[in-house]
Design a protein around this ligand. Sequence first.
Ligand SMILES: Nc1nc2c(ncn2[C@@H]2O[C@H](COP(=O)(O)OP(=O)(O)OP(=O)(O)O)[C@@H](O)[C@H]2O)c(=O)[nH]1
Ligand SMILES: [Mg+2]
Length: 390
Amino acid sequence: MKIVRHTAPDMRQALRAIREQLGEDAVILSSRRGRQGVEVTAAVDFDAGRLDTAVESSDPRITSTPAFNAAPALSVPAGELSAETMGHELKTLRRMLETQLSQLAWNERTRRNPVHVELLRELSEIGIAQDLADHLVGQLPGDVDLTQGRRFTVAGLSQYLQVSGERWLDSGGCVAFVGATGVGKTTVLAKLAVRWILRHGPSELALVASDTVRIGAQDQMHALGQLLGVPVHVPERFEALPQLLGRLQRHRLVLIDTPGTSVRDSQFEARLAVLGACVPQVETALVLAGSTQAGALEQTIQRCTPLNPASCVLTKVDEAASLGGALSALIRARLPVSYVSDGQRVPEDLRPARALELVSQAVRLAKASGAAADEDLLRRRFGKLAHANS
Ligand SMILES: Nc1nc2c(ncn2[C@@H]2O[C@H](COP(=O)(O)OP(=O)(O)OP(=O)(O)O)[C@@H](O)[C@H]2O)c(=O)[nH]1
Ligand SMILES: [Mg+2]
């Protein structure tokens, strides 16, 4: 590689000189204005036939580049000469500028509307996602005080959070419980089965044990069936599920236990396809643990989109340190919650979901844990949004 630096009164002359010296293949590495005009640094690529790679320069700061078999190909000590370094510095500058703009926007927002800013802080402490929090606060009427604002945002969250009510226990259905491993799928199924029997008796209930993956999963279902006096149906293979369900049509409520799915499970797509083939005869209910991080919940919800789940059961709410993230994920996905599970007891620890109750619980959890929003994070999050929206 050959690198040269030219200083000329203007860019045109500098480029001409470079072209004359290096030819048409020359590449501009950097240019800057100085007191004597424009300073342009350019290079041409290796001449593979030459090992004595040379550098010609009027500037003593430019030193020899290494021979062509040394790595990296271009090792230029002066940072300003490397396109990569320049790109990196530009990115850093841009980030600094964005931080400053966010800070300015946040300060301005605090000055103009302290109630909004306080509400954003409180929503962050509950764990509500930033875009949702900003949207809620953006909906506030002009002159609300903090107390009214709190009521308004809680009511707003409750309205956005959809719930689907006690459909299965009222009118039956054919429901497959799908979700990550250990989130409480089988326990939810057991709680619902017991409740159905208490209300309607065992005759119209069928249980399907399609979890042929986990050791002991079938035994768990058979033990439940025996306890309740309800037959447990097992497909030969997961792929045979549609045929089995076809034979169970006379039952008013069919509850299907499925294997826990890790999103990285290689069988995941195949099982989705089998379940997908049973839709609309089968309704999918996602089972999501409230104690799971919002990001992981979103991943599960997203991967199960092909099943078009009608609702979800939110489990392990008793173990959750914060519920705002989970509620934000459900609101974003417009996924209604049917039931909430908050303990291991069968059938007691299950209740039909109520939106206001869940949102109030999220607020209580935040207060109880003493969650405090990081001021710097708030500034970067909401300052950025305010800046982007302005
Ligand atoms: N604290 C608490 N524990 C629960 C809840 N629901 C289920 N569990 C417990 O979580 C554990 C796993 O429950 P399962 O119902 O076997 O979960 P699963 O999703 O069927 O698990 P796999 O079939 O292995 O994927 C058990 O110890 C349950 O008692 C809940 O709402 N709260
Ligand atoms: Mg299970």
